[in-house]
Design a protein around this ligand. Structure first.
Ligand code: TYM
Length: 333
């Protein structure tokens, strides 16, 4: 008998345009595994509103993100692609899990601390309980793996803890998920400040490469990337964070090891190395940008994809939610 496929699930907030970081840390890994796993990927619009969004921009970005997922190689025939708010069970299980997560553990989340510092005038309840909704996103589908970048590891670990606590009370309801983090590319740093993460919200300072950036922009960003006062290409994240970040990006897009990259650029300065990394990124992103632009013009196709995705996801999510409602003691309708 054929063994049941393992399941993978992940999501991205459409709170900004997708970046090279989201691509190398997450999506690239998703696309590579569509054949082996049963896969669920969504646009986390419920999560996006924990930070104030312009409604028109949020709508546009959610659809663009879907087009970009597909353009990155997520075939909608093989992957279930959906919009989080279309599957109401996420919010419902999120509420239940709120009641199984502790104030102390939520207070320790690095992302909560960072985001509260950056949005001091809007430290809302959603920002604080965000990991409970994320745990619901995951547990509804009983995935084996959650492919994410390194910054989401803590949230997946908390999801694991919440699931374990719930199972401890009610028996084996949830499968315990594991993060699936790439060896190279799990933490892409800003090109202008290699000590901070490349992020969607910091694109104006020249440190962020967007998936949809035209080649000229990408070339310029890499030429200006911050390095150090030495001139040789060597991997040492502590002493040479800028160069090491560029090596990571180059390695992730070309598949070359750090040793191979050092050998390739031996005796050549950053004036050769930086544009070469830019060029490799341009060639990786070119087909994605072109395909995503084409798909964005086909709204009917995108609508068909997200509707079918929500239908399939909703069916599975409902099964889990029913089970949870029964376990906690809600009267069946
Ligand atoms: P988000 O939207 O901040 O980021 C999306 C994914 O991209 C990865 N990533 C990076 N990886 C490497 N280097 C970077 N500079 C970089 N920037 C972003 C992130 O690790 C993530 O995998 N809470 C999640 C979204 C979410 C989710 C989920 C994920 C909601 N529900 C359920 C998995 C399962 C988030 O804010 O990711």
């Amino acid at each position: 008998m054929e063994e049941a496929k393992k399941t993978m699930l992940s999501g991205i907030k459409p709170s900004g345009d997708l970046t090279l970081g989201s691509y190398l840390g997450a999506i690239k890994n998703w696309a590579a595994r569509a054949e082996e796993y049963d896969c669920y990927y969504f646009m986390a619009d419920l999560h996006a509103i924990t930070v104030r969004q312009n409604p028109a921009d949020l709508r546009r970005r959610t659809l663009e993100q879907l087009a970009q997922y597909i353009a990155c190689g997520l075939d909608p025939e093989k992957n279930t692609l959906f919009i989080q708010s279309h599957v109401h069970q996420h919010a419902e299980l999120g509420w239940v899990l709120n009641c199984y997560a502790m104030f102390g553990e939520l207070s320790r989340m690095t992302q909560f601390k960072d985001k509260s510092a950056k949005n001091a005038d809007n430290i809302n309840g959603g920002l604080f309980t965000y990991p409970c909704l994320m745990a619901a996103d995951i547990l509804l589908y009983q995935p084996d793996y959650v492919p994410v970048g390194d910054d989401q590891r803590q949230h997946v670990e908390l999801c694991h803890a919440i699931a374990r606590r719930f199972n401890g009370v009610y028996g084996d309801v949830f499968k315990l998920p594991e993060p699936y983090i790439p060896k190279v590319g799990a933490r892409i740093m800003s090109l202008s400040d290699p000590t901070s993460k490349m992020s969607k919200s910091e694109e104006e300072n020249g440190g962020t490469v967007l998936l949809m950036d035209p080649p000229e922009t990408i070339a310029r960003l890499f030429k200006r990337a911050v390095t150090d006062s030495e001139t040789f290409v060597h991997y040492d994240p502590a002493q040479k964070p800028g160069v090491s970040n560029l090596m990571t990006i180059y390695s992730a897009v070309t598949g070359k090891s750090y040793d191979e990259i050092e050998a390739e650029f031996a005796g050549q300065g950053y004036g050769v190395f930086k544009p070469a990394v830019g060029e490799a990124v341009i060639e990786t992103l070119r087909p994605i940008r072109e395909e995503a632009s084409r798909l964005m013009k086909d709204k009917a196709y995108l609508e068909g994809v997200y509707r079918a995705g929500a239908e399939k996801a909703g069916h599975i999510a409902e099964k889990t939610l029913r089970k949870v409602y029964k376990k906690v003691g809600f009267v069946a309708r």
